[in-house]
Design a protein around this ligand. Sequence first.
Ligand code: 13P
Length: 288
Amino acid sequence: MALVSARDMLQKARREGYAVGQFNINNLEWCKAILNAAEEQRSPLILGVSEGAMKYMEGAKTVIGMVEGMLEHMGITVPVALHLDHGSYEAALHVLEAGFTSVMYDGSHEPIEVNVAQTKKVVAIARETGASVEGEVGSIGGEEDGVEGKGDIADPEECRRLAKTGIDMLAAGIGNIHGTYPKGWQGLDMAVLSEIGKTTDDMPLVLHGGTGIPDDMVKEAIGLGVSKINVNTECQIVFAKATRAYIEAGKDLQGKGFDPRKLLHPGTWAITDVVKEKMALFGSVGKA
Ligand code: 13P
């Protein structure tokens, strides 16, 4: 199946009360692991690519070639969107031209007037290819690939304004942060989330920082309109842990255990397992 925009899968998720996972990719193993999980779970999927990861993988064309090649070779039948995560205005335009089917323009660090104006421009350009667009209000705390957010709680009125730009999904800061959550974290601000849900009609809402949010909070957020949940760090942690276990057990020193196809195998399957668990938690299993 060819890449699709995230629009239809997220509207369906919003209507039916579940969330689609955005899982970020870093390389070929990540991509393969996540696609395997989605196909096995019959779940729609959003593959996220940060600007840093895109640079690491040698550009948008390389990423698209790899993902499209895998969709065909692996016989993937579930809907998959290829999405730019936290893009600048220039990066959003660049990947749209290259063929991404979804983009996040992150203007959350700009004054709301600038954010609204720039988001509108990205929406107009995305319409030409049918790609979906995510906007953001109130930055997500923590650091991701050099993009630092203070972790503001979004203003529901600003969310209402951004939702009217024609975007397909809205990310709003509600106390969530990228990376693992510190001890004493206050949790998600459900009152603000509920308010945002009311001011943005039935716009699919996006929860960034999916790593480490307790399951009951995830479910409550989905009940309040969250239809897309981003996960990155958790896949990195399980990959590193499984790879460490392989090396610490001395397996790279046995026979041809140093072969990257063997060395990276446990980490790859650890990612598949985590993604399958998340899809079950988010309620997207069988929704493809
Ligand atoms: P985590 O790395 O905390 O899972 O967050 C991912 C994310 O929000 C990507 O945009």
